[in-house]
Ligand binder design. Structure first.
Ligand SMILES: Nc1ncnc2c1ncn2[C@@H]1O[C@H](COP(=O)(O)OP(=O)(O)OP(=O)(O)O)[C@@H](O)[C@H]1O
Ligand SMILES: [Mg+2]
Length: 299
């Protein structure tokens, strides 16, 4: 199917429309109000990274944030966790201002962030001990979670003994054990190979379907954003501003064959155009790489 024959990305079946309306009718759990973030520059000036970001996320919604590199996605997610503060504007969780990290917000980063000196079980227990659970309770709950994520028999392994996908599953379990209301994820599958990434996407959707959690998910990958999300917050760069908040017109449950459906492709193409504007003449690559091979047999 070429782009000329794709439907309007806003077109959706009545069932999908109804589902999105049901989500919109749920209570707002997390809200950004006119968030600005400015960093000081070395010449004494200021760099506005985020400009006037306002949005609302509803209970049990899956929202992705997408945008060009450097547009402020990680900065925004750090502000949502409370690891960083906004220069002005506010973040509200259940209507109350977020001023510091809290147990109701779990976080998973791109880089494997498990503690290398703790076992898999110890890493998951850490999330529980950090909210005051005693050691025995923490160990029991951690072992239950490791069974849920299919890593029960790896409880005594150290992170270096696991594959990247397994480590991220442990990181997700560690973030989920304190039962946060919101899970914030910054390119959690960015370092995984394509096949493991697809498995992890399906795994995450399965977790999300089965527990009461709202997910905010930063990604560079358009397919990943459309495949996972109810809505996608597309940012533009310099300064990072909201470009569009897109409702994903694809039915659930999501299946890999849906990546080829017209609604999926139309949404993907729309976001691609939004975040990858046409290359300007001055940005084109005009230089020639010096040929160091010595012959042209590869041509
Ligand atoms: N602590 C900081 N001090 C100064 N500038 C910062 C700081 N943190 C981020 N920035 C700047 O803010 C901008 C946005 O960075 P950020 O990491 O949020 O982008 P991003 O959208 O997550 O990029 P990527 O897609 O590459 O991960 C960049 O220009 C970065 O240099
Ligand atoms: Mg980032």
């Amino acid at each position: 199917m070429n782009s000329a024959t794709l439907p309007d990305y806003k077109r959706m079946t009545p069932e999908v429309r109804e589902r999105l309306d049901r989500i919109a009718a749920r209570p707002v759990i997390l809200e950004g109000r006119n968030v600005f973030k400015r960093f000081p520059t070395s010449d004494g000036g200021e760099h506005t990274v985020l400009k006037d970001i306002s949005f609302q996320v509803h209970s049990r919604e899956f929202l992705s944030i997408i945008g060009p590199s450097g547009c402020g996605k990680s900065t925004l997610i750090r502000i949502l966790t409370g690891l960083e503060s906004a220069t002005s504007g506010e973040i509200l969780l259940d209507g109350k201002p977020v001023v510091s990290p809290g147990a109701e917000r779990g976080m998973v980063f791109q880089k494997y962030t498990l503690f290398p000196w703790l076992t898999v079980c110890g890493n998951v227990m850490f999330g529980l001990e950090s909210i005051g659970k005693d050691r025995d309770t923490a160990e029991n709950v951690a072992l239950q979670w490791l069974d849920i994520i299919g890593l029960g028999k790896y409880a005594d392994y150290y992170p270096r003994q696991l594959s990247g996908g397994m480590q991220q599953r442990v990181a997700i379990a560690r973030a989920l054990v304190p039962q946060p209301r919101v899970l914030l994820m910054d390119e959690p599958f960015g370092a995984l190979d394509a096949q493991t990434r697809t498995q992890m996407q399906n795994y995450l959707l399965e977790v999300w379907r089965n527990i009461d959690i709202t997910i905010i998910f930063v990604t560079h990958d358009l397919d990943e954003a459309v495949y996972l999300s109810d809505r996608i917050l597309a940012l533009k760069a310099n300064p990072g501003e909201i470009n569009e908040l897109i409702e994903v017109p694809v039915a659930r449950p999501r299946l890999s064959r849906m990546l080829l459906e017209p609604e999926f492709l139309a949404t993907r193409e729309h976001i691609d155009k939004l975040i990858r504007p046409p290359v300007k003449r001055e940005d084109r690559c005009d230089f020639q790489i010096i040929n160091m091979v010595g012959d042209k047999t590869h041509l």
